[in-house]
Design a protein around this ligand. Structure first.
Ligand SMILES: [Zn+2]
Length: 242
């Protein structure tokens, strides 16, 4: 159920009940070319959290509203993007976790769809470990890579990053089809500079539009296969921890 739908009396009982998991979607406001909206990662985080909730059981979950702002340094200088420093984000997430811990929640799962937020989520978890009583997880599309290799056909400019490309556009076509304009989807050949991994280089320095590959190859079916694998992975990890 939606966390915000609880009333005061219900919140106290429900949040402290056995096997309760609070899901916190985290996304970003960031340019995604012209075929996807700025809040793509937020749409995906909300939809992914809903799928996890469905599998875990709606009476065992409370789904928080999405944290919309993320660490988007790489495209943060492009008009439309809103960047929050990673340390600020880690502190912000920690404050949320602290309040949930105080409410008696035993388990928090961050459902993150923006790779740039992962480090902040990890910093938050490390700060909370041994301090807060709550068990915390962070999931950034776990289990996606194996399925991506099976179902995606276009060349990936980078083996870790994906952005407004075949992969992310397929996620959107499956989870939030009304927000996609495939007529504006493009294919971009992107080459990362040789020193990319060893220095601070913004994506905007070597990309003319924020599409990291071929968005035209995206389909809802590809998105379904990858996202279903991700949901299965998240649920199996959470069930193992029961
Ligand atoms: Zn995105």
């Amino acid at each position: 159920m939606k966390y915000n739908d609880l009333n005061q009396e219900r919140a106290q009982k429900y949040l402290q009940s056995d096997g309760m998991t609070v899901l916190l979607p985290t996304g970003a406001i960031e340019v995604h070319g012209n075929h996807l909206p700025l809040d793509t990662d937020c749409c995906l985080a909300d939809a992914l959290a809903a799928k996890v909730e469905e599998k875990l059981g709606v009476d065992r979950c409370a789904v928080l509203p999405c944290v919309p702002y993320g660490q988007v340094w790489s495209l943060g200088d492009v008009p439309g993007s809103i960047h929050v420093d990673g340390q600020v984000l880690a502190e912000y997430l920690y404050e949320i976790a602290k309040s949930l811990d105080r409410s008696g929640v035993s388990r928090l799962a961050v459902i993150n769809t923006h790779v740039g937020n992962s480090a902040a989520a990890k910093t938050m978890m490390r700060k909370a470990a041994g301090v807060l009583g709550m068990k915390i997880y962070q999931f950034t599309y776990p289990g996606a890579n194996e399925m991506i290799e099976k179902v995606c056909t276009s060349e990936r400019p980078h083996n870790v990053y994906f952005h407004a490309d075949e992969i992310e556009t397929s996620y959107m076509l499956y989870l939030c089809p009304d927000r996609v304009d495939m007529q504006k989807a493009v294919s971009r050949k992107v080459t990362f500079p040789k020193d990319y991994e060893y220095s601070a280089v913004r994506w905007s320095e070597f990309m003319d539009t924020a599409v990291l590959g071929d968005a035209t190859a995206a389909t809802a079916e590809k998105g379904r296969r990858i996202i279903d694998a991700v949901v299965e992975t998240i649920v199996s990890i959470l069930k193992d921890g029961d």
